[in-house]
Design a protein around this ligand. Sequence first.
Ligand code: SAM
Length: 212
Amino acid sequence: MLLLEEEKRKLVEGLWNKGIKDESVLKAIYDIPREKFISDALRKFAYDDNALPIECAQTISQPFTVAYMTQVLNVKPGDKILEIGTGSGYQAAVLFTLGAKVFSVERIEKLYQNASILLKELGCNISLKLDDGTLGWEEFAPYDKIIVTAGAPDIPAHLIEQLKDNGKLIIPVGDHETQRLLEITKSEKGISKKYYDYFKFVPLIGEEGWNS
Ligand code: SAM
């Protein structure tokens, strides 16, 4: 038990040293049991600052990446947030812990099912959908914020449409090797873009994403 707390403390300290200064984000990372989102065999690596494999050749993102994107998203309690790429459900749990109303879409059935069970077990009241997230989730639009956790070739038009005015979309855009995190803000005048660091994500596959 003590050991686990020590590992969590070290992770959070490391994130702080890498530039994550938002205390609510650091607290969420500390509080969420990341070991539950990965297989038993990998549990000893749960609090290393690394991406780890999950089922279906996908990954749970590196804690730094999750913290960085969440910090950029600037989550406020009550924000209505759409996540594309549920994966393990970890990022969705972070958003929920910060007080957001979370909607998350995953295209792989097994991951959708695993995340549904786990998030319920952890008491995270998150709406999940099995679908192509490049088309967003029209039924509950518009959203205050949208976060895409897979690498896209371009910005899906449906996601911009489903953003509120003054809403914010963050999405890694690039090729299959690396992507740059973009922040898109929508206003009456159109959209504006802000550029952040480079990351490496698994591909966003779908109608408005990659073919494979
Ligand atoms: N957010 C996840 C987490 O916390 O574990 C990590 C996501 S993983 C890096 C990217 C996920 O995006 C994968 O689970 C992948 O199946 C999913 N994905 C890729 N294309 C998608 C699409 N068009 N719609 C929904 N999910 C998609």
